[in-house]
Design a binder for this molecule. Structure first.
Ligand code: GFB
Length: 315
């Protein structure tokens, strides 16, 4: 049982995932959440990270800090994705071990699975085949973090667990069109086109790939649930078990935003992996299910996007 005044450090508390986890912890009555901005604590600086753990002695850690991005960012900067994420993970997981953190939750991503994994993808598919090329750097870093937690548990008995969420979206998303994931990109592209009276919007690839989308506050709810109830060695998939083609997703976002022009598909841009539907039976078996439908989640994210001043958005 985690005491409501336990000191919980959320690494990456300002990002899409970290900010949702802070909201979920606060909603659940936790009163002692430790946060540090990138400026206050550079997680790629081992001395600074160990010094921070020695001074603050967090009892619980959620490692949501990462160098993240969509298909284009991953494809164009694989060295940044593998290096920065590996260094962050080694520093935070290493310090959590060194300073005897009671429990650490590591956040990965569904891109860790082989490109042609059996669908829906169960946790056991890990490392059974070649990865999707467009995000290989990030995937290998996340696989390494997941295995590091598993081996610290095996060798030292550390209660370090991992979860692998599907594609996420929601408040504090990244709307920069070069680096973002698809859903915030669709929201911004259709909204910009509607505001400017543009006749059409250009999207990437063929629209044929299938993706699964989970609203980030549902993901955070699952993370708090795992923090409180799960201490297994194997990582846990977090998703909805439902998928949609990018084409149908685009039509849905277009309708919610209210853009009436046409969609042009730029097939010079990559489709990425054809499908990555997670098998979420493990999570369902321990009693968790998502609450926010895709249509409602997109509407919520669009309302959030429109409510922000442009300088507060990651554009
Ligand atoms: O969300 P996304 O960038 O990443 O792209 P992945 C999903 C699909 O949407 C791809 C298509 O087939 C894109 O070609 N797409 C269409 C677009 N129009 C756009 C657009 O304007 N912007 C973007 N971004 N996509 C990521 C991994 O893969 O999944 C990350 O690269 C992470 O590492 C994340 O794992 C969860 O779903 O293909």
């Amino acid at each position: 049982m985690i005491e409501k005044n336990a000191k919980i450090y959320v690494a990456g508390h300002r990002g899409l995932v970290g900010s949702a986890i802070v909201r979920a912890l606060e909603k659940d009555g936790y009163t002692n959440i430790l946060k540090r901005t990138h400026k206050e604590l550079d997680l790629t600086d081992q001395k600074a990270v160990f010094g921070f753990f020695e001074k603050e002695r967090p009892e619980y850690v959620v490692l949501a800090a990462a160098h993240v991005g969509g298909i284009n960012a991953n494809q164009t900067a694989p060295a940044d994705f593998i290096y920065i994420n590996s260094v962050i993970q080694c520093n935070v997981i290493g310090a959590a071990h060194e300073y005897k953190v009671k429990k650490l939750l590591f956040l990965g991503s569904s891109c860790i699975y082989p490109r042609m994994a059996h669908q829906p993808i169960s946790e056991s598919e890990l490392l059974t085949g070649p990865l999707e090329k467009t995000n290989e750097g990030y995937a290998i870093a996340k696989i390494s973090g997941l295995m590091m937690c598993r081996f610290f548990k095996q060798q030292y008995g550390d209660d370090f667990i991992s979860c692998m969420p599907t594609n996420l979206y929601g408040p504090e998303d990244n709307f920069n069109l070069e680096h973002s994931h698809v859903l915030p990109a669709l929201i911004r592209k259709f909204d910009d086109a509607k505001e400017s009276g543009a006749k059409n919007v250009t999207l990437w690839g063929t629209g044929a790939p299938l993706r699964e989308f989970l609203y980030v506050d549902d993901m955070a709810d699952a993370c708090v649930y795992l923090l409180q109830n799960y201490s297994g060695e194997e990582h846990v998939n977090i998703g909805t078990g439902k998928e949609i083609t990018i084409k149908d997703l685009a039509e849905l976002v277009k309708e919610i935003v209210g853009f009436e022009g046409d969609i042009i598909w730029d097939e010079s841009m990559p489709d990425g992996t054809p499908r990555k539907l997670l098998d979420v039976s493990k999570l369902h078996d321990i009693g968790w299910k998502e609450k926010v439908s895709l249509r409602d989640g997109i509407r919520l994210e669009y309302e959030w996007y429109k409510s922000r001043d442009r300088e507060d958005l990651k554009l």
